[in-house]
Design a protein. Structure first.
Lengths: 194, 171
C-alpha cells in the first residue's frame, strides 16, 4: 500500500501535465464533430475545451498555435490540433489529435459518398446539388475577394496574383510549379532587403 | 495503381499548399479533373459542397473524392494522404518554431506564395462557374451567394443549405 502510494506520488511529480493519448483523442473527436465554419468559427470551441476546461495550454499559447497553423502546409484547423497534440505528447499526441479531429467528418462524408452514388439520379437531389454547386462558385468568389484584399499588398504581389491567374487559366501551367516559383519570387523580391 | 496515384497526388498537394480546403482546389482540379479524368468539374463542385456541409476541415472533401475514385479503400487512402503532411510538417515546426518565427526568408517566401494562390483560386472559380452556372436560377444562386458572403458575416453552411433547398425546388 505504501509503496503504491509512493509510486503514485512519484508519477505525479515526474509527469505533471501529460494527458493520456485517449484524452487527447476524445477532446479532438468532440471538436471535430462540431467543427463548422473553419478555423475562425472554431476558435471559441478550442478556447473553451483546451484552455478553460482541460487547461492544456494558455490563451497565449493557443494564439501562437493559430499563427503556426496558418503558416504550415495543410488545413489550419488540423495543424492547430497537431500543434496542441505535439506539445502535450509529441508525435503520438499529434497523431491522436488529428485522428480524433478527422474521424467524425470522415464517417459522415463516407456515408454521403455512398448515398451520392445511389441517389444522384433523383431529380430533387440533382436540383439540390445544382443549387449547392452554384453557391460554391459564389462562395469561392468571395474567398478570392477577401484573400486578394488581404494578400495583395502592393504592385509586386498584384503582378504575382495576375500572372498566376493567367498562367493557370490560359496557359495550362503546372500549379505546383506556380506555387514553387511564386515562393522563389517572394524570396527574391521581399527577402533580399531587410 | 489508382490508389498509389491518389495517395501521391493528395500527399503532394497537401504538403505544398498552405491554408487547406480552397487553396488546394486549383491543384485538385488540374490533376483529378483535367489530367486523370477521374471527376467532372461538377463532381468536384459537389465535393466542395459536401466538405462545406460536414463538420471538420474542408479537406474532408478528399474523402468524397477518394470514395468516388476507388470506394472505401480510396476514401481511407485519401484521408491518410491528406493529413499525413500536416502531422509530419506540423510536428517538425512545433519543435523548431522558436527559430522559424524570426526567419525573414520564410516570411518572404510565404509573401510571394499567397498572391499566387489568390490568382490561381480565381482561375478555378471561373472554371467551376463555367460548369455550374449554366441555368439562370443557378446564376442567381451563385451571384446571391457571392454578395451575401462578401458583405455579411453569415455562416457559409447556412447559405449552402439554403442554396440546396432553392436548387431542389427550382432547378
Amino acid at each position: 500500500m505504501r509503496t503504491r502510494l509512493a509510486a503514485h506520488a512519484d508519477e505525479l511529480v515526474a509527469a505533471p501535465a501529460a494527458p493520456p493519448l485517449s484524452g487527447i483523442f476524445l477532446s479532438f473527436l468532440k471538436l471535430g464533430a462540431f467543427a463548422f465554419g473553419g478555423v475562425y468559427g472554431m476558435l471559441s470551441f478550442f478556447e473553451k475545451e483546451l484552455v478553460e476546461r482541460r487547461r492544456w495550454l494558455t490563451s497565449d499559447e493557443l494564439a501562437e498555435g493559430i499563427v503556426i497553423a496558418q503558416m504550415t502546409p495543410g488545413p489550419p484547423i488540423v495543424n492547430l490540433g497537431v500543434f496542441v497534440g505535439y506539445r502535450l505528447r509529441g508525435v503520438r499526441g499529434a497523431f491522436a489529435a488529428t485522428a480524433g479531429q478527422v474521424l467524425p467528418g470522415f464517417l459522415i462524408v463516407l456515408l454521403v459518398g455512398v448515398a451520392y452514388a445511389r441517389l444522384s439520379a433523383s431529380p430533387a437531389l440533382r436540383g439540390a446539388l445544382g443549387g449547392i454547386a452554384a453557391a460554391v462558385v459564389g462562395l469561392l468568389g468571395s474567398v478570392v475577394l477577401k484573400m486578394g484584399r488581404r494578400v495583395v499588398d502592393g504592385a509586386p504581389a498584384g503582378i504575382i496574383a495576375v500572372a498566376s491567374f493567367a498562367l493557370l487559366a490560359f496557359a495550362h501551367a503546372n500549379p505546383i510549379a506556380l506555387i514553387a516559383s511564386s515562393g522563389l519570387a517572394g524570396y527574391l523580391l521581399f527577402g533580399a532587403r531587410r | 495503381m489508382t490508389l498509389v496515384k491518389l495517395f501521391g497526388v493528395l500527399f503532394a498537394v497537401n504538403l505544398l499548399t498552405i491554408g487547406g480546403g480552397y487553396v488546394t482546389l486549383p491543384l485538385l482540379h488540374r490533376f483529378f479533373v483535367e489530367d486523370f479524368g477521374w471527376l467532372t468539374s461538377r463532381e468536384l463542385a459537389d465535393a466542395v459542397a459536401v466538405g462545406q456541409l460536414t463538420p471538420g476541415p474542408m479537406t474532408i472533401m478528399n474523402v468524397f473524392i477518394g470514395h468516388k475514385v476507388a470506394g472505401v479503400a480510396g476514401a481511407v487512402t485519401a484521408t491518410v494522404a491528406s493529413y499525413l503532411p500536416s502531422v509530419a510538417v506540423g510536428s517538425l515546426v512545433a519543435r523548431w518554431y522558436p527559430k522559424l518565427r524570426h526567419s525573414a526568408a520564410v516570411a518572404a517566401v510565404l509573401r510571394g506564395m499567397k498572391p499566387a494562390v489568390a490568382g490561381m483560386l480565381l482561375a478555378v472559380t471561373v472554371q467551376l462557374g463555367a460548369a455550374s452556372l449554366v441555368h439562370p436560377v443557378a446564376l442567381c444562386i451563385g451571384a446571391g451567394t457571392f454578395v451575401l458572403m462578401a458583405l455579411t458575416k453569415l455562416d457559409p453552411t447556412v447559405v449552402v443549405v439554403a442554396a440546396g433547398l432553392a436548387g431542389a425546388a427550382l432547378l
